[in-house]
Design a protein around this ligand. Structure first.
Ligand SMILES: Nc1ncnc2c1ncn2[C@@H]1O[C@H](COP(=O)(O)OP(=O)(O)OP(=O)(O)O)[C@@H](O)[C@H]1O
Ligand SMILES: [Mg+2]
Length: 611
């Protein structure tokens, strides 16, 4: 049932950590169960015999003891249920937190783009508590086995023939197991449609997509699809549960017939004196207890089914995420104070996890220290992917990135990240106080107000802050009752966050002005350029800008043109214009769309006029 003892003991350890005294109490109640049940049957037999003998004192003592045994067993079951549920909730919390910590702190993000890992993370965070059920059920089944063994020993004192009940119990349990195995497989199969359905449902009340859903009228269709996915999952689960039900009913039928036969046999033996009345009562009591025990074992196994699937998912998440974290931990973090040579991409190719098509192929690039590099290319040509690799979000599938000649994957990711400032294309709208939303760009300085103000200034976001009712102390975003910002204002806050890093060796700006109006865009780029120059002088910093705005791109020391994941041209503006290739064509096209065909082949005068 549980594949490895190591995993089992790890889970048992987690449960013990969740609440040691509750776990100890549960074990005690199980011990009471194991001893109490056979004791009750024996005492009941003693009571019957004493009563039939005409021994009221003996009967009285046996009656009191039997009642006490029964009371102890039933009380301990009630208490056990309560304690078990408490531990289960705590284990759910611990397991969810563990998985979330693992996935959120892992330096790379490959696992967040792998649908299988995401499925498993969802399952563990929603059903982590079922792992506790698995361990409880295993313990319970062990205790029940002991109880059944003891009751069988007691029964065998009447006649060894009664031991034949054991194979019957095993048949009942086996039939139940076959059914539960089917349920477990169904739970695994239903996972995918349930997850898709849940995501669709979430979509219907996500404020970010509410507008589009209404304009397109797709809300109803999304709900229909959710319904369809849910129905698919239900069908699979219902079928497996119905099958398990039939198998279990068959198991019970066999058991009831066997016990009935045993009782009839015992009754026929009373006249011969080989079986006493007390024995008959005892067999009846044991039959009832065994039926309860088997029922508990059956329940235990069915609780295990879901727990086993969750436990396997938990294991797999740990196995896939943790090794990457260890591997990414790197050998040394001795990143120098400044860049001397720069950053190089060597025969680098990249395929996103879970996909088969390479999005970058055999890139060989030198990004010299102290330069500003512009990446241009059509949508989907791989610009953001290059940024993700440079910032260490993903590891190249082959080839490598070198920083001053040293492979990036031998450096501790945290150390490298501490020297990277980033403005991402899909920037985060971090709903917190404005000062925190900016300050988290460098966690060590989140409370350093002058630093936060400096970052706001460097990013040209003073106008956004000035418009906030309480300035940097304003709560941003509506989730916590704060002020919502426009897309452009959010982007400026994100840019300011990028400016919190002091002394970066790499600055990446992926479409940093996509949400801004032309005036703000121009102003932001002017500031970014002077910031990039200042950083270059100070630390040899490389700034990589992704932009469709050619008046900015042309300022770069090096322009790299990507097409479907390959470098098709590189050089500075003059060089690329003279070459008359893709860049020259795109540049001329953009310039002409603003001012009409120009006579100046380089467009320099025209574009400079824009500033
Ligand atoms: N997480 C992902 N998983 C799988 N494929 C992806 C992922 N992100 C991007 N891609 C694919 O990689 C290719 C390059 O995408 P990328 O985001 O790097 O393009 P881009 O040049 O930044 O485009 P844009 O100008 O639209 O931002 C695209 O074909 C895209 O479909
Ligand atoms: Mg992009």
């Amino acid at each position: 049932m549980i594949r490895s003892t190591r995993r089992w003991s790890a889970f048992a350890g987690t449960m013990w950590r969740a609440s040691p005294w509750r776990c100890a109490a549960v074990l005690l109640t199980l011990a009471i169960d194991v001893v109490g049940q056979p004791a009750f049957a024996v005492l009941l037999a003693g009571f019957t015999d004493a009563a039939l003998r005409g021994d009221p004192a003996g009967a009285g003592v046996h009656a009191v003891l039997a009642a006490s045994a029964w009371a102890a067993v039933s009380q301990s079951r009630g208490v056990r249920n309560q304690l078990r549920n408490d531990v289960r909730d705590r284990v759910g919390h611990l397991v969810t937190e563990d998985v979330m910590r693992l996935t959120a702190t892992e330096p790379r993000v490959d696992h967040l783009e792998d649908p299988r890992t995401l499925d498993q993370v969802d399952r563990v965070s929603a059903k982590g508590y079922t792992i506790a059920d698995t361990v409880w059920a295993a313990l319970e089944v062990a205790a029940i086995s002991l109880t059944v063994a003891l009751t069988l020993v007691v029964m065998s004192t009447v006649s060894p023939a009664l031991l034949l009940v054991l194979p019957v119990i095993l048949i009942t349990l086996w039939l139940n197991k076959v059914g539960q195995d089917g349920v477990r497989r169904a739970v695994e199969t239903a996972d995918e449609p349930l997850r898709v359905g849940a995501n669709l449902l979430r979509l219907t009340h996500d404020p970010r997509v509410a507008g589009e859903l209404r304009v397109t009228g797709a809300g109803g269709a999304v709900l229909d699809e959710h319904e369809r996915q849910w129905a698919t999952a239900s069908r699979v689960l219902d079928r497996a549960e119905a099958r398990a039900g039939v198998l279990l009913a068959a198991g019970w039928l066999v058991y009831v017939l066997a016990i009935g036969a045993g009782l009839v046999w015992a009754a026929t033996q009373i006249d011969s004196g080989r079986v006493g009345a007390g024995d008959l009562v005892m067999i009846l009591a044991i039959a009832r207890q065994q039926q309860l025990s088997v029922q508990m074992a059956v329940n235990g196994f069915s609780r295990m089914s879901e727990g086993v699937v969750t436990a396997a998912a938990y294991d797999e998440v740990r196995a896939t995420v943790a090794p990457t974290a260890r591997q990414a931990a790197g050998e040394h973090d001795g990143i120098g104070g400044r860049l001397h040579r720069g950053i190089a991409l060597r025969d680098l190719s990249f395929t996103y996890p879970g996909t088969s098509r390479p999005v970058l192929a055999n890139l060989d690039l030198e990004l010299p220290a102290g330069t500003m590099v512009a990446l241009v290319g059509a949508h989907g040509s791989g610009k953001t992917s290059v940024i993700k690799l440079l910032t260490g979000m993903h590891a190249p599938t082959s080839g490598r990135i070198e920083v001053d000649g040293r492979p990036l994957d031998t450096m501790a990711p945290e150390a490298w990240r501490a020297r990277v400032a980033a403005g991402f294309q899909d920037f985060v709208r971090l709903q917190a106080l404005a000062r925190e939303s900016v300050g988290v760009g460098d966690l060590t300085a989140v409370d350093d107000l002058p630093r936060v103000e400096g970052a706001v200034r460097d990013a040209g976001a003073e106008d956004v802050v000035a418009a906030l009712p309480e300035g940097l102390r304003t709560q941003l975003g509506t989730t916590f009752g704060g002020v919502d910002l426009s897309g452009g204002q959010w982007q400026k806050v994100a840019l300011a966050r990028g400016h919190m890093r002091q002394d970066p060796l790499l600055v990446v700006l992926d479409e940093p002005t996509a949400a801004l109006d032309p005036l703000s865009e121009s102003e932001v780029y002017t500031r970014q350029l002077s910031y990039a120059r200042a950083m270059a002088r100070r630390s040899g910093t490389v700034t990589v800008v992704v932009s469709h705005r050619f008046s900015t791109v042309r300022m770069a020391d090096l322009i790299i043109v990507l097409d479907r994941g390959a470098v098709v041209e590189q050089g500075d503006h003059d060089h690329l214009m003279a070459a008359g290739g893709t860049y020259a064509r795109l540049y001329t096209l953009q310039r002409d769309s603003y001012v009409g065909p120009a006579s100046d082949a380089t467009g320099r005068a025209v574009m400079n006029d824009e500033h």
